[in-house]
Design a protein around this ligand. Structure first.
Ligand SMILES: *Cc1c(COP(=O)(O)O)cnc(C)c1O
Length: 477
């Protein structure tokens, strides 16, 4: 019978097994399929009833590694173009292992001065990376969904204050519904954040001037004038279908004129700031009140990693502090920390991979990576334009290429079905991976390129596989 105490000496051996598996797994990323359906049959080996007597450390870890090495989706590899999925840089991966090794509770300075200080540095480096002014602060959170939640939580507190209310203490009752305005690019997770905050996901009023969702500034301006009181604007830096960006500076202008809070969801699009080729797309972000972004996308750190950056960071402590427990520090106490500036309480030291990857590659390394991805997106867009059976649906401004299959001779009214079939077949095939969507009313594919490992060969293989599937699935003439 094994228990942790009888296995005191086993940790180093188990870690050695992980280490031994790591090299071959990382080496295989360049070639292995993204998804291998045949490996799913191994998953039952992890099931069955809860063991009474455990198998012991090494046996359990060995089984997990054997099944995982075969059945894991290669989402950290170079050909996972679904969603917006980064990999892990070498430094981020190693530092993430270190975060588990040290097992810090980055709750506050009193639980881990190390975790707290590294987070402070990591947040300030992120601020500098995106060219935001000094004085901005933030918190590392699990994802951009939580970063939207954190930002909109601050916005809610601000909005309540404008109504003479303390929403943190008293909630929303007795107040009107908080007005939230956005263009058609607003992400589902911003709505989810509003639903978690008690505003409801339909709190968002959408102002779009076309089927794609480009923001209608004039209509938004008119609505803000009509409201005449505090409101929240959500700007979208990185629309998920084609990577387009709302005109952030124009939204900042509206926010300033009407006294609104401007939140920018920059989950991946914020990284446009890293290259002079794309920085104009996010010009004006420094005029926002809050920004949400992801680490596990374009920063290429392991899951779960997101961050909220706030112009007035003291609002984080106001919105997320936890007064009333005598054993806990308050937000302003020297022993306080990020658990009091964001939604989570106990939390892992997710700052370590963020710190390590920025320490390892710096501003120039990240700029080079982003520009490689911009080039690869252009390469993919050109290959789509050259293929007689494919049609580019939007200019690729960042890292996403939105296109559809449109082989000559296939009527327009058959194209949506064809594209849905191609998208499904792509996931089933597994050599490369990308998702289907609907863009401007048309079924389409939307590969996103944000993994540091991706090469032009990977992009070429993607186009070849898509075209092979199109020729197999297109209706007979
Ligand atoms: C991915 C994404 C999100 C949500 O991010 P998670 O990390 O999955 O929570 C929010 N907004 C945009 C624009 C995104 O692309």
């Amino acid at each position: 019978m094994a228990d942790p105490d009888s296995e005191r000496a086993a940790a180093a051996g188990a870690l050695a097994r992980v280490h031994a598996a790591a090299g071959p797994y990382l080496d295989s990323l360049a070639d292995r399929p993204v998804y291998d359906r045949s490996a799913e049959k191994l998953l039952h080996e992890l099931g069955g009833p809860l063991p009474e007597g455990g198998a012991g450390t090494e046996a359990a870890v060995e089984l997990l590694l054997r099944v995982g090495a075969a059945a894991a989706t290669t989402s950290s590899g170079p050909r996972f173009f679904h969603f917006v999925t980064g990999g892990s840089t070498p430094a981020a991966l190693a530092a993430d292992w270190a975060a588990s090794l040290f097992d810090q509770n980055a709750f506050a300075r009193v639980s881990s001065a190390f975790g707290h200080e590294v987070e402070t540095v990591a947040l300030d480096w992120l601020r500098q990376l995106f060219g935001l002014p000094e004085g901005w602060g933030g918190a590392l959170v699990a994802s951009a969904t939580f970063a939207n939640f954190t930002s909109l939580g601050c916005a809610t507190q601000w909005w309540g204050e404008r109504h003479g209310a303390d929403t943190v203490r008293d909630g929303l009752s007795g107040l009107p519904r908080m007005p939230v305005l956005s263009g058609g690019y607003v992400h589902a997770s911003a709505r989810k954040a509003l639903q978690m905050l008690g505003h409801g996901r339909d709190a968002v009023e959408v102002f779009a001037r076309d089927a794609v969702g480009r923001v209608d500034l004039a209509a938004m301006d008119a609505r803000l004038a009509e409201l005449g009181g505090p409101a929240v604007i959500i700007g979208n830096a990185g629309e998920v279908n084609a990577g387009d960006v709302d005109p952030v500076a124009d939204l900042a202008e509206l926010a300033e004129r009407h006294g609104a809070w401007l939140h920018v969801d920059g989950a991946f699009g914020l990284f446009a700031a890293l290259s002079p080729r794309t920085a104009h797309l996010v010009a004006g972000i420094e005029r926002a009140d809050s920004i949400a972004a992801d680490g596990h996308k374009w920063l290429n750190v392991p899951y779960e990693s997101g961050f909220a950056l706030i112009r007035e960071p003291a609002r984080l402590g106001t919105a997320f502090g936890m007064p009333g427990a005598a054993y806990l520090p308050g937000p302003q106490d020297p022993g306080g920390g990020y658990a009091l500036y964001g939604p989570e309480s106990s939390r892992r030291a997710r700052a370590l991979p963020v710190w390590a990857t920025l320490a390892a590659y710096g501003r120039t390394g990240y700029r080079a990576m982003v520009e490689r991805h911009l080039d690869l997106a252009q390469h993919l867009a050109r290959r789509v334009e050259q293929a007689p059976d494919l049609e580019l649906l939007a200019e690729a401004r960042l890292c996403i290429v939105c296109f559809r299959a449109a082989p000559p001779g296939v009527p327009e009214d058959a194209l949506d079905d064809l594209n849905r079939a191609v998208a499904a077949a792509l996931l089933d095939d597994g050599r490369v991976y990308a998702g289907g969507t609907v863009y401007g009313g048309r079924a389409a594919l939307r590969p996103a390129i944000v993994n540091w490992r991706t090469t032009a060969d990977d992009v070429d293989l993607f186009v070849d596989v898509v075209r092979e599937l199109v020729s197999r699935l297109r209706p007979a003439a």
